[in-house]
Ligand binder design. Structure first.
Ligand code: S3P
Length: 449
């Protein structure tokens, strides 16, 4: 999965209806946080359902390099023995996060708040991503940035203070990664660290910090109450606990959209996390006319999960409000694919954050749509996709720019276009959904090399 691995082109061809049941892998956001909070606690953290994708394995390796010990007991079953806040040691080598934006940024928060020195690096995608959004608040908290690549990027070296300075910080973008980095640094601050966000973003860090024993208060913020003020009481004792990782809604999105667009399909996706800060895609697809039923809603590991029964549906174009973006930020590539099969125009508003994901996703999606004959337009930060309710031509090759979600989205598209769709490199799919190919093939999808 490093930047020098050989590209693996993959193709998807239209075919028979998709049928069957599947359980997507564990949630990536929760998996990263389980490893990180495991490192920062005293005692054992037992994890069930961990996503064993490359991104999370990089975070696990970094936690080990900072002093944690861990053991893999079986598929997705891990035990982490932590060192506690203040107990970290200097890693002997550079922390190589590969493709993982979340792992690297959250761990920058950890290192930035503790008296250790570490160097962060990653693949060509990670080296192109902005890190000043993390470094700026960390500097306010006393972190020294000893080295950084031009423009505030990795490779970079951080040295944290003996104790972090508690701050009150308004995030400049709706980003759970920024919020989480500040809170994680605030764990070693004497006093209250507060993060203000203008729009609520995924709240896994807050929920899991509480689970491990920290005191975190969350209050509505701003004139319309869409924002949040998250306040953490510093220097708690975190205690190892049990983390049950629910299935990742951002991975479920791919078979879900595939079943909607391949005529005659009916599938059930089991155990999908229904945290409302993650379900914007499902809300949008239902507005478009998708037949999605939430079955057996239940609590698992502190989150609501459900089985989703999905049947092929006629979709219509809708307007997706910008306020919904944080709840579906990783799902726009596959929503654009669904929109290509809908009748009418789907307008996705306020997508500026897509420009700084694993790739410039706005540009990558537009290029992929163009290569496959789908009418679309970028207007400022908005993406408009025009469909006529018929299958788009397909037949194109899509440049994935080391971006797993671009690869999976366009492979899903090729299951229902007139001609097959090829992606130039599917290797990065292993960062978040290592079993994507066999899982889709088991449903009947014609995806392969
Ligand atoms: C994540 C937050 C999101 C998302 C990423 C995972 C997280 O990034 O795109 O895949 O686990 O905190 P931003 O918070 O920067 O939008």
């Amino acid at each position: 999965m490093s930047h020098d691995s050989e590209p693996t082109p993959l193709s998807a061809a239209p075919g028979a209806p998709l049928r069957g049941r599947l359980r997507p892998p564990g949630d990536k956001s929760i998996s990263h946080r389980a490893m990180i909070l495991g490192l920062l606690s005293i005692g054992e953290t037992r994890v069930e359902g961990l996503l064993e994708g490359d991104d999370v394995l990089r975070t696990a390796a970094a936690a080990r390099a900072l002093g944690a010990s861990m053991e893999r007991l079986g598929e997705g079953r891990w035990v982490v023995r932590g060192v506690g806040i203040g107990g970290l040691s200097d890693p002997a080598e550079t922390l190589d996060f590969g493709n993982a934006g979340t792992g690297s940024r959250l761990m920058m928060g950890v290192v930035g708040g503790q008296p250790v020195t570490a160097t962060f690096d990653g693949d060509a995608s990670l080296r192109s991503r902005p890190m000043r959004r993390i470094l700026d608040p960390l500097r306010l908290m006393g972190t020294q940035v000893l080295a950084e690549a031009e423009g505030g990027r990795v490779p970079l070296t951080l040295r944290g203070p003996r104790e972090a300075i508690p701050i009150r910080y308004e995030t400049p973008a709706a980003s759970a990664q920024i919020k989480s980095a500040v809170l994680l640094a605030g764990l070693n601050a004497p006093g209250t660290t507060t993060v203000i966000e203008a729009a609520a973003t995924r709240d896994h860090t807050e929920r899991m910090l509480r689970l491990f024993g920290a005191e975190v208060s969350v209050t509505p913020h701003g004139p319309d109450g869409h924002g949040r003020a998250v306040a953490l009481t510093g220097q708690p004792t975190l205690r190892g606990t049990e983390v049950v990782v629910p299935a990742d809604p951002s991975s479920a999105a791919f078979p879900l959209v595939a079943a909607l667009i391949v005529p005659g399909s009916e599938i059930t996706i089991e155990g999908v996390m229904m945290n409302p800060l993650r379900t914007g895609l499902i809300t949008t697809l239902i507005e478009m006319g998708a037949d999605i039923e939430r079955l057996r809603e239940r609590e698992e590991g502190g989150e609501t999960v459900a089985d989703l029964r999905v049947r092929a549906s006629r979709l219509k174009g809708v307007d997706v409000p910008a306020e919904r973006a944080p709840a579906m930020i990783d799902e726009y590539p596959v929503l654009a694919v669904a929109a290509a099969f809908a009748q009418g125009t789907t307008r996705m508003n306020g997508l500026h954050e897509l420009r700084v994901k694993e790739s410039d996703r706005l540009a990558a999606v537009a290029a992929g749509l163009k290569a496959n004959g789908v009418a679309h337009l970028i207007e400022g930060d908005d993406l408009l996709v025009h469909g006529d309710g018929a299958a788009p031509p397909g037949g194109g090759t899509v440049a994935t720019h080391l971006d797993h979600r671009i690869a999976m989205a366009f492979l899903v598209m090729g299951l229902a276009t007139a001609e097959p769709v090829t992606v130039d490199d599917g290797a990065m799919i292993a960062t978040s959904f290592p079993s994507f190919l066999p899982t889709m093939q088991a449903l009947g999808a014609g995806i392969g090399e």
